[in-house]
Design a protein around this ligand. Sequence first.
Ligand code: SAM
Ligand code: ZN
Length: 219
Amino acid sequence: MVTKAESESVGVRSVDPGTIAKPGSSQPLTPFTTRTGMTKKPVSPPPTSSPYIEVLESRIHNRGVFARTIIPAGKRIIEYVGERVTKIEGQRRAEAAIERAEEDSGKGFVYVFELNKRYDIDGDVDWNTARWINHSCEPNCEALTLNGRIWIVALTDIDPGEELSYNYGYDIAVCEDHPCRCGADGCVGFIVAAEFHDAVLEMQANRLLPAEDFLPAED
Ligand SMILES: C[S@@+](CC[C@H](N)C(=O)[O-])C[C@H]1O[C@@H](n2cnc3c(N)ncnc32)[C@H](O)[C@@H]1O
Ligand SMILES: [Zn+2]
């Protein structure tokens, strides 16, 4: 289950390309050998940053990303960077993360985003500040692929101090492993793509899935 950002044909015209974060590298970092035969470790780029955001403790989960200033709807806030991997490797990493989640419920997170037909981006790298953004059932951001890069873009005007969120887009088949604590009025209790919200609510009404009230308290 590789996360798909909305494609560039969706919502591109509403994007304000104004001030953008300095992008980090999206190239694979692999060890290389110098002419003297010494193997050099790759140096990680510095974490990406944006004047619009800061990473702080979150009420949703551990750490999150918060607005430092007013962010207008349509603004590209920060690039979702990482290691560019082939589709096969991206799929392998996504499946490994899902397996980890199955073994240790809720502990596996898929950072792999579909970039294009040939490559994925694995955002599980230290320099990807966007990886701290939490999921919400009523998000104020979305992930968009624009000209071959993945951006976190504001869906609404965002006030200073507001936590940034996007919908992680998980499949309904795995949502039970990922209880949602976004706190939105429309929270469906699970981290799941918006297209499945109605199905989840129906399953909850028929007691086929636990409703939010029945979810275990956070440990
Ligand atoms: C990419 S990390 C986001 C950053 C995370 N808060 C942290 O500090 O590591 C994704 C993980 O954060 C947690 N998370 C994100 N959104 C959540 C939500 N709405 N409800 C519960 N947990 C959430 C889940 O454990 C998920 O696997
Ligand atoms: Zn929620």
